[in-house]
Ligand binder design. Structure first.
Ligand SMILES: *Cc1c(COP(=O)(O)O)cnc(C)c1O
Length: 354
């Protein structure tokens, strides 16, 4: 029986994607060969890569606007330093909204001066700072659209006259945004797109080539762009599975369609957190994430009972991150409304028992 998988990442993928991906591992397109044993330079795989890149641009509505798509390795964590290496000459502004922003800041600091435009660290990142200024003479501004660990999400983005870089690892393809406001978007695949092992980078080419340092080839966006994301052997399985997920999303009706589903799930989840007196939410209401809902029991004595109940209901991956404790329900694109209903049922059953 398939579990209700609320895991924060790696996380749930559409069942039909898993099925197709597993078939391709055994026999790719009836070629008598596995997807993972053919050359990445062969036409069948080059087609996969090209389709994945095209689908990403199409879904983000960024076709014909000077953006390039890369599927790189090293996770979003490598992007923390790659962004700095490629874009940071003197100074950059960072919005510090959680553990991942903080890590991005620390990596960039290795290369040059970093200025935190605002931070919610003093409140254990339970809200998104607002009303800050972004200096107009900096190299770029960096933010994190969704804070996976703390369950906050940026509902709007600041006016920004310098290049805007965004870590969208945990909410890419989940809601409609004007993606053309961003000059560089990156996202580890394993939160909303595919298996771990590849990171999507969408970059406006014109922002490159402005730093004076020598950039090592593997760290240089231009090198990867010039080689159509095939400078070295790409993670073929991760790229293929991501392509399948993007295709699944397109067939569903794209981001507009999935956004409606995501709103339904989040509304149901948060209304239970708010109405059930046994639970309390972690993050500021106006900044609540539609992807990761963080909450805890008001009375910790009920922990054992609750934990047994949700596990018995076939629910997986509900434990909160160690830095905030409690629970975290991650409701990525592939999670069905029925899974959220199952969780909400357990929560209200606890209430009727207590
Ligand atoms: C998970 C996550 C990361 C780290 O991703 P890796 O691929 O493990 O390096 C970075 N940023 C955000 C917002 C994340 O959710």
């Amino acid at each position: 029986m398939k579990k209700h998988n609320f895991s924060a990442g790696p996380c749930i993928l559409p069942q039909e994607v898993l099925l197709k991906a597993s078939e391709a591992v055994l026999d790719f397109n009836e070629s008598g060969l596995s997807l993972i044993e053919i050359s990445h330079r062969s036409k069948p795989f080059v087609d996969v890569m090209e389709k994945a890149r095209a689908l990403a641009l199409e879904l983000l509505n960024l076709e014909g606007r000077g953006y390039k798509v890369l599927f790189l390795q090293g996770g979003a964590s490598t992007q923390f330093l790659m962004v700095a290496l490629n874009l940071l000459e003197k100074r950059a502004g960072y919005l510090n909204t959680g553990t991942w922003s903080d890590k991005a800041i620390n990596e960039a600091k290795i290369y040059d001066d970093i200025y935190e435009v605002a931070s919610s660290k003093n409140a254990n990142y339970n809200y998104i700072p607002k009303g800050y200024e972004i200096p107009t003479d900096y190299d770029y501004f960096h933010c994190t659209s969704n804070n996976t660990i703390f369950g906050t999400q940026m509902k709007s983005f600041p006016k920004c006259s310098i290049p805007m870089v965004c870590d969208m690892s945990s909410d890419i393809f989940s809601r409609q945004l004007d993606f053309s406001k961003f000059d560089l978007i990156y996202a580890g695949a394993q939160k909303n797109m595919g298996p771990a092992g590849t990171t999507l980078v969408v970059i406006k080419e014109e922002i490159l080539g402005k730093v004076s340092r020598h950039i090592p080839s593997m760290m240089d966006y231009k090198v990867h762009i010039n080689k159509s994301s095939m400078f070295n052997t790409p993670p073929v399985f991760a790229v293929y599975t991501s392509m399948l997920t993007l295709d699944w999303l397109k067939n569903l009706g794209g981001i507009a369609a999935i956004e409606k589903e995501n709103e339904k799930k989040a509304r149901l989840m948060y209304s239970e957190i708010d109405l059930n007196p046994l639970f309390k939410g972690f993050s500021a209401k106006e900044d609540r994430s539609y992807m990761n809902a963080t909450f805890s029991l008001v009375n910790e004595d009920l922990k054992e009972t609750f934990d047994t109940m949700w596990k018995e209901a076939g629910i997986n991956g509900l434990n909160g991150h160690r830095s905030i404790g409690g629970y975290r329900a991650s409701m990525y694109n592939a999670l069905s409304l029925d899974s959220v209903k199952a969780l909400v049922e357990v929560m209200s059953e606890l209430e009727s028992k207590a």
